[in-house]
Design a protein around this ligand. Sequence first.
Ligand SMILES: Cc1cc2nc3c(=O)[nH]c(=O)nc-3n(C[C@H](O)[C@H](O)[C@H](O)COP(=O)(O)OP(=O)(O)OC[C@H]3O[C@@H](n4cnc5c(N)ncnc54)[C@H](O)[C@@H]3O)c2cc1C
Length: 491
Amino acid sequence: MTQNIAIVGTGFLGMTLAMRLADAGAKVTLYESAAEIGGLASVWEINNIIWDKHYHVVLASDKYTRDLFVELGLADDFRWVETKTGFYTDGELLSMSDTLEFLKFPPLGIISKLRLGATIFYASRVKDWKRLEKVTVEEWLTKLSGRKTFEKIWKPLLKAKLGEAYKETAASFIWATIQRMYSARRSGMKREMFGYIKGGYARVLERFGEVLVEKGVEIRLNSRVQQIERLDSGKIKVSTAAARRGKDTKPQVVRQRTKYASFQAGAVVAPGFSGAFLSEPKTDGGTVVQFPDAGTDSYFDKVILTCPSNTAAKMLIQAEPAERKMLESIRYQGIVCASVMMKCSLSDFYVTNITDDTPFTGIIEMTAIVDKREFERNALVYLPRYIAPDDELFDRSDEEIERQFLDGLERMYPKFRRKDVVAFKISRVRQVFPVPVLRYSESLADKRSTVEGVYVVNSSHIVNGTLNINETVQLAENFFAEEFGGRTLAS
Ligand SMILES: Cc1cc2nc3c(=O)[nH]c(=O)nc-3n(C[C@H](O)[C@H](O)[C@H](O)COP(=O)(O)OP(=O)(O)OC[C@H]3O[C@@H](n4cnc5c(N)ncnc54)[C@H](O)[C@@H]3O)c2cc1C
């Protein structure tokens, strides 16, 4: 009999799994709470251009991503560019793109620089990452690079990504980061080559959506899964939340169709309204109502959850307490990420690392890689600030964040002019990646849930890598091979 499988989440994990399972003969249904596919790699409109909500590049060493994009028919759309890296420290913007620039780097003396270089080289050679899970990143880096270099360079960089959680983070975190950056560098001059797909992730997602639909995958957008329950019959019931709307929204039932995929809405929604995010558009609590007929139940043989672990714990009402505890114990780091479209570039650097105190924790200039013609000759700059999920910045208004971030740019770049900003948009995500605390991989719940037929597989299972599409696709491929590989899922 054909296996009927539901997947929760249309990020690259859910979509890759959907493709493999459909190829193996299963009937696959993808559930997505947002109005579009893509998850963290989804796109939005900025200044009338559809582009990535969060900055994304492909590394030459990203074998899984590259193979997937080729499989989607995008082989001819890759663009590869040599990139430069900047460092903003003590009020100065410095280039740190090759060994010579590294040796000239003013903030550190020659001995500190040699120790810093040796630390990075050593980390790139270490194979036993499990050993590094037992020591904090602060302890490990201080031992290798010295206290002064830790305080001056490493600590600000760690805080930029992890906030105060850096104190509890294992050394495996920086090991994984260095491994990834090292793999991006080519031999010889050791220059970085980064790639993107012409048209950005909008192009990738459009193609992915088309391929999935061609393979018979059903995509249900605006469908937030609320509960998963195994019935006595052995079937698994997936219940979606009712869509919500403001009192003034016309009670109109529509069949939705987006640019990226055709789908059947699992919950009934009004046009242009995402049923999942109450913050989008803004509704005040008093006027929010539920469509009476909106929530739906469907029945499957197997269900795979790719959403964050604590969300999965809430859905799995029958999970054993030990599993629930493990799922709930994963701590996430979030992000507020601004996309700024402006008339002029800030610099030639794709990434500018910041060690000074600024409102954002890094600067990513997309147009150091992507042809400006993609943006009507404007520059596109991302200003990320990684923060804990309960940070008060999440609740600040867009106007306040914009003012704060642009003040920061003015202080850093004397030639920057606010009037050159043509668009400013803010993304807020409370759960982006799990904080790899000490002995992280030892306390992970099994991918097979204690609820038979249900699996929880998500970025928490990336134990020896950083969060990126390559690791995500690799996780999907490995999980598929382990659980379903070599079997046909159709009668
Ligand atoms: C700022 C930033 C920069 C990045 N830069 C890069 C880069 O340069 N290169 C790179 O390779 N990677 C990069 N990444 C990482 C990359 O985006 C992720 O690795 C990848 O998108 C993760 O995919 P996923 O499927 O695991 O998770 P997600 O994309 O988070 O997908 C999970 C999905 O589940 C859905 N969901 C959650 N709860 C429910 C529910 N109850 N019901 C239904 N659906 C639900 C969510 O809406 C989401 O769509 C970056 C990420 C960020 C945030």
